[in-house]
Design a protein around this ligand. Structure first.
Ligand code: HEM
Length: 533
C-alpha cells in the first residue's frame, strides 16, 4: 500500500494517515488477521482513536468545572504494591473524553432550557470529573522504568527551573534553588484532578478517592503533599483570569476529535497532544536509533503544571500610570489599550489584531471570528501596528510570523491549556495600596506529547527570548512576553511596539507580575493503561 501525501498540510496528512490506519484495521478484521509486525515496522500501526480511552481533561476543552481540586500525592513507600492494586478500583471513577463531550452536551441543553424558563438560579447537574497523572518519580516508584521518550519529563520541573527563568538562588555547593513553596520541592508522585459544578460534588468524589486509597487510615497508601483549589471566577468575570482577560479561547483543534473547528482555529495532528498518534515525535534517540514510545504510553499525554501567582494590583497600577497616548482616547482608554497590547486581546477576548483601538465585546464572544487572524495584515507582518510582536498571545502562538519557516514550524509547539484561576478577588484595600496582600493567580495546566517542544519551548525559547519572533531588520528586538516572560540573570524586561505610533520605542517593565511558585511535569496515561497498571 503506497500513500503519496506530498503537498499536504500536517492536518490533512494526519487525517489521511488515520483513515488509512482505519482501513488497514478494517481489512485485518475482514481477513481475521492482526496487523503483522512487518506492517508495524513500515507503518507504525496504532488502533483508531477511541475517545472513551483518553482521560477527559486532555482534549475537548477540559473536565466540566466550576471548581477544581488539584491533589498532589506521594505513594507511601511501604505500600506501592497496594497502590497498584487499588489503582484498579480508582479506574471506574476516571472520566474519559467521550464522557466529557457527553456532559458538555447535557450542560448545553440544560442551559438552553434554563434560559427558556428564565431560571435565575438554575439547579446544577452534579457534573464532575476525575483524572490521574504521574510524575517520573511516581512511575519509577511503581516499577515502570522503560524510556518514555521525554527528557524534560524524566528530569522533572524542579531540575529545569533555572532554564525556565524562575527566580532563585545558586549556592556554590548545590543545585539552583528556585523561589518556590516547599511542597513543590518535595517528592510528588502523582496528581489527581477532581472537578465539579459545586464544592459538594467535588467533596463527594474526593471522599470516594480517599476511601479507595485509605487516606484517612492509620497506614495510608498515599500521603497528600499539597491540595490546591481553583475556582472559575463569578459574575461578569466568569472565564476571565485574574488580570481580567477572557481566557481559554484559542486552544488548537485536534484532527478527528474536534469535528467543526472554528474559522482560524489551528488544527493539529492528534500526535501533537497524544503519545503514539500520527505527528508524535519523541525527543530522545537519534535517527539511527529512534526511540518509539512504550505500548502503555499510547493515548497518554504530558501534563505541565505551574503554580503561578499573579500580582494583580501591581499590574493594574502599571496600566493606570502608563496609558498609551493616542489622540481621541481618554487616559483610562489609553490604559485599557496598553493592557490589551500586552496580552494581545482585550478583556472581552477580542484580538487587538482585529480590534486595534477599542474593545469589541461582541467580537470577543464570537467564536466564529475571535480566532480568525494571522498577524499578516499587509502592514503588520513586519511592523507591529496592530499587535506587538511580544504580546503574550503572539509570543505563545506566533501564527503567521512563522510562515517563512514552512507549515511544519508551528504545530509541534502547540499545547492544549486547561488551567483555572485560584485565590480571592482583589480587595478594596489591596486595590488602594496597589500591593498584593493575598495569593491569587493561575493553576496552569497544559497538555502536549512533547514537553521540550511544548510548554518548555514556549516559556524558554519564545516568552523569555527577546529576539523572538525573528525580525527583519535583525536589530529590531521584540522583547519579553510581558505576562510570563522572565529572566533570572538580573536582566531588565522590556518590549517594543506597545505604542502603535512609536514602533521601536521600548517600554520598560518594572516587575514580573506572574511569579512561579512551583510546578511539576506529569504523564496522564490512557484509561486502558491505567487498567493494565
Ligand atoms: C493565551 C493569560 C500563562 C500560553 C492566553 C490568553 C490569556 C492568557 C488572557 C488569551 C486567551 C486565549 O487566547 O485563549 C495568561 C496568564 C498567565 C498565562 C494571566 C499566567 C498567570 C501562560 C503560560 C503559557 C501560556 C505559562 C505557556 C508557557 C498561552 C497560549 C495561549 C495563551 C499558548 C494561546 C495563544 C493563541 O493561540 O493565540 N493566556 N496566560 N500562558 N496563553 Fe497564557
Amino acid at each position: 500500500l503506497v500513500i503519496t501525501s506530498m503537498h499536504l498540510s500536517p492536518a490533512a496528512r494526519a487525517r489521511l494517515y488515520n483513515q488509512t490506519i482505519s482501513l488497514v484495521y478494517y481489512i485485518c478484521t475482514l481477513t481475521n488477521n492482526a496487523p503483522s509486525s512487518d506492517l508495524a515496522d513500515v507503518f507504525p500501526c496504532s488502533p483508531p482513536l477511541d475517545l472513551g480511552k483518553v482521560q477527559g481533561d486532555i482534549l475537548a476543552g477540559g473536565l466540566p468545572k466550576k471548581t477544581e481540586t488539584c491533589y498532589f500525592f506521594r505513594i507511601n513507600d511501604a505500600y506501592v504494591h497496594e497502590f497498584r492494586t487499588q489503582l484498579g478500583k480508582l479506574v471506574p471513577l476516571i472520566t474519559s473524553t467521550a464522557e466529557v463531550i457527553n456532559d458538555q452536551r447535557k450542560q448545553l441543553a440544560q442551559n438552553k432550557k434554563d434560559a427558556a424558563e428564565k431560571k435565575i438560579t438554575p439547579p446544577h447537574l452534579k457534573l464532575s470529573g476525575v483524572n490521574i497523572s504521574f510524575s517520573t518519580k511516581g512511575l519509577k516508584k511503581m516499577g515502570i522504568t522503560d524510556e518514555i521518550g521525554d527528557a524534560a519529563f524524566d528530569a522533572g520541573m524542579l531540575a529545569g527551573a533555572k532554564e525556565l527563568g524562575d527566580i532563585g538562588t545558586s549556592p556554590s555547593n548545590g543545585p539552583f534553588d528556585p523561589d518556590w513553596i516547599p511542597a513543590f520541592k518535595q517528592e510528588i508522585d502523582g496528581l489527581i484532578l477532581i472537578t465539579g459544578d459545586s464544592y459538594a460534588t467535588v467533596a463527594e468524589k474526593l471522599a470516594e478517592i480517599e476511601k479507595i486509597l485509605l487516606v484517612q487510615a492509620r497506614n495510608p497508601i498515599i500521603h497528600e503533599v499539597i491540595r490546591l483549589v481553583g475556582d472559575v471566577r463569578s459574575g461578569k468575570e466568569k472565564g476571565h483570569e485574574h488580570f481580567g482577560f477572557q481566557d481559554g479561547i484559542s486552544n488548537p483543534a485536534v484532527t478527528d476529535v474536534d469535528a467543526n473547528p472554528n474559522p482560524g482555529q489551528q488544527v493539529v495532528p492528534q500526535g501533537i497532544i497524544l503519545l503514539g498518534r500520527p505527528g508524535d515525535a519523541p525527543t530522545l534517540g537519534t535517527p539511527a536509533a529512534p526511540v518509539t514510545r512504550p505500548h502503555w504510553a499510547l493515548d497518554g499525554s504530558f501534563l505541565s503544571f505551574r503554580y503561578l501567582f499573579q500580582l494583580v494590583p501591581e499590574f493594574n497600577a502599571f496600566l493606570k500610570n502608563n496609558p498609551i497616548p493616542i489622540t481621541g482616547l481618554t487616559r483610562e482608554q489609553g490604559s485599557e489599550l496598553l493592557g490589551a497590547r500586552l496580552v494581545g486581546r482585550w478583556k472581552s477576548g477580542a484580538p487587538v489584531d482585529l480590534a486595534p483601538l477599542h474593545d469589541d465585546p461582541v467580537l470577543g464572544q464570537d467564536p466564529l471570528r475571535n480566532n480568525n487572524f494571522h498577524y499578516t495584515f499587509p502592514d503588520d507582518q513586519q511592523t507591529q501596528t496592530r499587535c506587538p510582536f511580544a504580546a503574550h498571545l503572539r509570543k505563545t502562538n506566533p501564527r503567521g510570523d512563522l510562515d517563512q519557516f514552512g507549515p511544519n514550524a508551528l504545530p509541534p509547539h502547540r499545547i492544549i491549556r486547561s488551567g483555572i484561576a485560584f485565590g480571592p478577588e482583589v480587595s478594596a484595600v489591596e486595590a488602594a495600596s496597589e500591593k498584593t496582600h493575598l495569593p491569587r493567580g493561575l493553576l496552569f495546566i497544559a497538555y502536549q506529547s512533547n514537553i521540550e517542544q511544548g510548554f518548555q519551548f514556549i516559556q524558554q525559547s519564545w516568552s523569555n527570548t527577546p529576539k523572538f519572533p525573528p525580525r527583519k531588520p535583525a536589530n529590531e528586538i521584540p522583547g519579553f512576553d510581558p505576562i510570563i516572560g522572565q529572566t533570572n540573570d538580573d536582566g531588565v524586561r522590556t518590549l517594543s511596539g506597545t505604542d502603535p505610533n512609536s514602533q521601536t520605542a521600548n517600554l520598560k517593565l518594572p516587575k514580573q507580575w506572574v511569579v512561579p511558585k512551583g510546578g511539576e511535569y506529569f504523564f496522564s496515561p490512557s484509561i486502558p493503561a491505567l487498567k493494565e497498571r
